[in-house]
Ligand binder design. Structure first.
Ligand code: ZN
Length: 475
């Protein structure tokens, strides 16, 4: 009997596919919308079509430039099956002043070609391919031009070194898509999801902050981004690298330690009931976080206002701004609103946290009420920045202008940075430094949530463990 039970337990535990027990590595596709110049600064790259790469690298003494050409007729010449051979042949023809290009039909099928208008000495029966209306990618290393007629091609480096693209460095590989609507190339970075998380964590929180704060931010980001990817915000990739999805600036050598943080929180997500939460977060609260309905529309049970301890200096840090009545008039005009000269500005309603929910602008010819986050986006601070937060007070100051006429300025004094819903990053730092563990920080900011792994262990696995637990004395 003992042997029989022991055998069942062993079979049940050890024969389950490893993926149920260990996390699978996932890949994420990030559209690098913020990258405008398609310049790769590595000196050696490998180029591939779909998932196959040309077996020898393409080199440059300067940079690689990637662009897209259209309406291009090519005169195809000799066929080659290796990149090395075609390069050799190309160099020999160059000695006779014949400038050719390399057309990659596949990773083992290359043609030497010229533009249709050029006289060819490649072959008597040159074939002409008409690429009219079709887009072709073109990789230029300063000496050779390499053409691809496929929509997608990939670039990777030797030994999976970082790719130096534009002014940033990226792990994994780069893929290039032509966005016909926007008429531009968008590079897509394919990389391991955990690698991506460590890069994003390093952008969101200084890498030398308290480990428990970093761990809570890691789990918040994993949950937030997984939920975002599920909603499919983009057609051609999972997420973009801008504020629309999540700011992503590639890899930095300081992010190395953050990979350990990601591993230590491996596969942990935040759930409310059976669903992943919308794990929103922001920089600093200025004293209290906010109920979701006071910022957006819906009341979310786990996004409730929490009062922070104000001993934290960053949470207390104040800021102030002054807006002249003429500036406010201009801001209203941009929204096609004219209420005459601004006379006064009044707070009509505060949320229980203290944030301004409704603001009244009084003009000589009318009034305008601003509500919720519209208040922040109305008061522009330059550089595309909006008002730091709605945790503010204000006063209207009257003065006589140079024409001796009564004018006014609105002075706003505030605290905090961000929308105020969910986890405060500076608050998490403060709690971590006060001895809170990552799970306590998360449960503090998101009411009634659980932190658990998404790996699904089959019922039989638990059954086997249970049998082992019950009968372990027999073994
Ligand atoms: Zn996006």
């Amino acid at each position: 009997m003992k042997k029989f039970l022991f055998a069942i337990v062993c079979i049940a535990i050890f024969l389950f596919p490893a993926k149920f027990i260990f996390a699978e590595s996932q890949t994420v596709r990030i559209g690098l919308e913020s990258q405008k110049d398609m310049v790769i600064k590595n000196k050696k790259i490998y180029i591939g079509i779909k998932d196959k790469f040309i077996d020898c690298p393409i080199e440059t003494k300067t940079n690689f430039k990637i662009n897209v050409i259209d309406s291009f007729d090519l005169k195809l010449g000799k066929i080659f099956s290796s990149y090395k051979d075609i390069l050799q042949s190309k160099k020999e023809l160059a000695k006779n002043n014949l400038k050719t290009m390399i057309y990659v039909a596949n990773v083992d099928l290359f043609f030497l070609c010229t533009e249709r208008t050029k006289t060819s000495i490649l072959n008597q029966d040159d074939e002409i391919i008409n690429a009219n209306g079709k887009k072709m990618f073109c990789v230029d290393n300063g000496e050779d031009v390499i053409l691809f007629d496929c929509d997608k091609f990939k670039i990777k480096t030797e030994n999976d070194d970082l790719i130096e693209f534009g002014n940033r460095k990226y792990c994994g590989n780069l893929e290039f898509n032509y966005d016909a609507d926007a008429k531009k190339i968008v590079a897509v970075n394919n990389l391991d999801f955990d690698r991506y998380l460590s890069c994003v964590l390093g952008t969101e929180m200084p890498f030398n902050w308290h480990k428990e704060a970093l761990k809570s931010q890691a789990i918040v980001l994993r949950t937030y981004l997984t939920k975002k990817i599920k909603n499919k915000p983009h057609k051609n990739y999972d997420l973009c690298d801008c504020g629309h999805c999540q700011i992503y600036k590639g890899f930095d050598k300081n992010f190395g330690d953050l990979e350990k943080i990601i591993k230590e929180t491996n596969d942990l997500y935040i759930y409310y009931g059976d669903d992943l939460i919308d794990a929103v977060f922001f920089s600093s609260s200025g004293g209290a976080t906010e109920n979701s309905e006071n910022v957006w529309v819906n009341k979310v049970d786990y996004l409730r206002s929490k009062k922070n301890d104000l001993t934290l200096t960053e949470e207390n840090k104040t800021w102030s701004h002054e807006f002249l009545s003429s500036q406010i008039k201009k801001m209203l005009a941009q929204k096609n609103i004219d209420i005459g000269n601004i006379i006064e500005c009044k707070i009509l309603e505060n949320a229980p946290s203290g944030r301004v929910n409704k603001l009244l602008l009084i003009g000589s010819q009318g009034e305008k009420i601003l509500a919720k986050e519209e208040i922040r986006s109305f008061f522009k601070l330059g550089n595309g920045q909006i008002l730091e937060s709605r945790m503010f007070d204000l006063e209207t100051q009257n003065f006589l202008d140079e024409n001796n006429e009564l004018d006014c300025a609105i002075k706003i004094f505030g605290k905090g940075y961000g929308h105020g819903v969910g986890m405060s990053q500076f608050g998490a730092k403060f709690l971590a430094e006060s001895g809170f563990k990552f799970d306590e920080i998360i449960k503090y900011y998101y009411s009634g949530v659980q932190i658990k792994s998404r790996r699904q262990k089959p019922a039989a696995f638990f059954f086997a463990i249970k049998i082992y637990d019950t009968y372990k004395n027999f073994f």
